[in-house]
Unconditional design. Structure first.
Length: 386
């Protein structure tokens, strides 16, 4: 039951980062800005998330997790409510940053799930919780499109604010108390950078996943425009299209089992290559909705599989520092996503869908080059004490 609750919590909290993606055309119309300007909402939300990961996620090793999670959820609920009520675009952009900053709960819960699982089942446990996170990412676009079609785009922010309050109550009652490290916040932040410096596997995994997430962001940020402009989709049709990516959730348990059996390195390389190929398919077959749908499923599968494989490796590096290890990993990942969303907006404005796809195809190839360094350098199994 706890595994299900953790998976659901990850999905509901991470969804806040993605509700805006299929609504950018509506947001642009409401505030009277261009499509390119509306894309900044995605960039700022992800940039805020990266800030939250860097400065709030390490607290998972310092503050008791149940208390930290409930406080962050209260902050997320407040930010979502402000987003729903924003009268001006400038205020909406500012609140988008706050939504990102406070929505780091999922990245506190994933290391907690890894901590609670036996070592031999750690990959499977992380895979199950990550399945919930991926479903939250994918269904967020569908739900927000359907809600916008029925009640307007602001309604999803009201609804999610209420869900965050409910989730805070449930997690406060169900999460076990977990011991944390002693020390100051300053020393905690310094140790984050020490962890990044001391482990090549952590840096390699973080950079590779940043490239994967950049490709994911490029595809899903621009796909709404492509479906509207090229295929004349309505918000409801975009919602249905977004559902196809849910098939990628199957990657998490599969990747978890592969990691537990020692096949993580080769599977990671395959996932990176697959992601690049799917963006080529999306570019070549953009006039076919079926081709775009297949590309969406395969891309989500590859990105999710690579993340589970990566987190299986990095969470085994050092006991008692999983929140800080995840800080290095996820801050790098979402910094990559924020940069990618900004580049996607510029490239889509200049070159349309093909420009976004070229960016998305190149990024996993960079990740593949980073992955290849694992064969030329000795692998570091455990981090040295801080």
């Amino acid at each position: 039951m706890l595994t299900f609750v953790l998976a659901a919590a990850c999905g509901l909290t991470v969804a806040n980062l993605y509700y805006a993606q299929p609504l950018l055309d509506l947001v642009a119309g409401t505030f009277g800005v261009s499509q390119g300007a509306a894309t900044i909402v995605v960039t700022l939300t992800q940039a805020g998330y990266a800030v939250g990961l860097l400065f709030l996620l390490p607290l998972g090793d310092l503050i008791e997790n149940r208390k930290l999670v409930t406080r962050l959820l209260a902050g997320t609920a407040s930010a979502l409510l402000l987003a729903a009520l924003s009268p001006a675009y400038g205020m909406f952009l500012g609140v988008a940053i706050l939504i990102g900053v406070t929505s780091v709960v999922a990245q506190i819960l994933i290391p907690l799930a890894s901590h609670l699982a036996p070592a031999e089942r750690r990959g499977a446990m992380v895979g199950k919780v990550m399945s919930g996170l991926l479903l939250g990412i994918l269904l967020a676009r569908t739900v927000s499109s359907l809600v916008a079609e029925a009640w307007g785009w602001r309604a999803i922010y009201f609804i999610s604010a209420g869900l965050m309050v409910v989730l805070a109550v449930v997690l406060h009652r169900m999460l076990p108390l977990v011991g944390v490290s002693s020390g100051s916040y300053g020393s905690l932040l310094r140790s984050v950078f020490a962890l990044a410096r001391s482990s090549r596997p952590l840096r390699r995994r973080a950079l590779s996943q940043a490239m994967m997430f950049g490709a994911f962001t490029a595809f899903w940020t621009a796909i709404g425009y492509e479906l509207i402009d090229e295929h004349g989709f309505s918000q409801t049709q975009i919602a249905v299209f977004a559902l196809i990516g849910a098939g990628g959730a199957l990657a998490a348990p599969v990747a978890g089992r592969l990691a537990d059996r020692g096949h993580g390195r080769w599977a990671s390389g395959a996932a990176l290559a697959l992601a690049s190929l799917t963006l080529v398919l999306a570019a070549v077959g953009h006039r076919s909705v079926i081709a775009l749908a297949v590309a969406g499923v395969l891309l989500d599968f590859a990105v999710q599989a690579h993340q589970v494989l990566s987190q299986h490796e990095i969470f085994a590096l050092r006991d008692g520092a999983r929140a800080r290890i995840n800080t290095v990993f996820m801050t790098t990942v979402f910094t990559g996503g924020a940069v990618s969303s900004a580049l996607t907006g510029a490239l889509h404005h200049a070159y349309g869908w093909i420009g976004a796809c070229v960016l998305g195809a190149v990024l996993p190839l960079i990740g593949l080059a980073v992955w290849a360094t694992s064969f030329s350098r000795p692998r570091t199994a455990v981090l040295t004490p801080l």
